[in-house]
Design a protein around this ligand. Sequence first.
Ligand SMILES: [Zn+2]
Length: 310
Amino acid sequence: MIFKLDDYKRELTDDEILADIKSVASSLGTDYISIATYKQQGKHSQCAIQNHFGTWKNALSLAGLRNTRTSKELKRISDDEYFSDIRRVALVLNSSTVSYNDYEKYGRYSCGHIFKRFGEWDNALIRAGLNPTGMSRKRISEQEVFDEIERMWRLLGRQPTSTDIVKNGISIYSYDTFKRRFGSWRKALEAFVEYINEGVEYSLGEQIRPNTENVTEDISKIDKKEIQPIHENTSVKSHKTSRNVTTRMRFLVMKRDNFKCCMCGASPAKDPSVELHIDHIIPWSKGGETVMDNLQTLCSKCNLGKSDLE
Ligand SMILES: [Zn+2]
């Protein structure tokens, strides 16, 4: 009997994949390639790309390429190309329908573009010969609508406009969804601001009352101010606030900081691979409280760098 080792499987590195993406793009003489093109001409699988970078968009921006199609390029995609890709995902999932979450994961095109072209997700499914998910008829909860507004706001790094939804198709919900629910886009934003401000502590002891008249003003009044040390004496004492930063507060801190890293200025609006974190300026372990004045937005890199220094 002969003992023999399996071939040694070397771990694929990010750089190797990125180099291959770059070389496919340069061989085609373009600064944008779709995942479909890459699958035909590149060396690595969609699965490997997902494992390494999460999304194709991230992979493209890390490879230094353009990560979205121009509207001209978008127009060139035919309805049938969308349908056949949705059917492909259904086949992969062995299902007669595809939710947009699944499509976001496995599809080659952006869900936003499909919404924009077909109005509703279910319309695209029906026209692709699949079963509707029923999602468009289901009443979307208020929480889901607010979560979506928050997602768009973070993505854009500014207040989303009705144009972003109608013309740029960045929302997973149609403009009508917001209009039906709140009366108008402006009213949807007002409701969101009210929701996001509720119960957030701006500084020690000062609690914002959910006063519906002033909330719109409150959010716009938050200026970037000089951070004053809260405690001269940093000996650990009992905290007045919880260490946990609520979703609301997280959003308000990022909004105050213009959705940019306070140290290096990196923003997801410019580079989708940037991940923003909320940092306690005076660390929690040294008595820092979870209040607006003691929180700042940092990118993951600067946040890691900061904790190394402590
Ligand atoms: Zn940074």
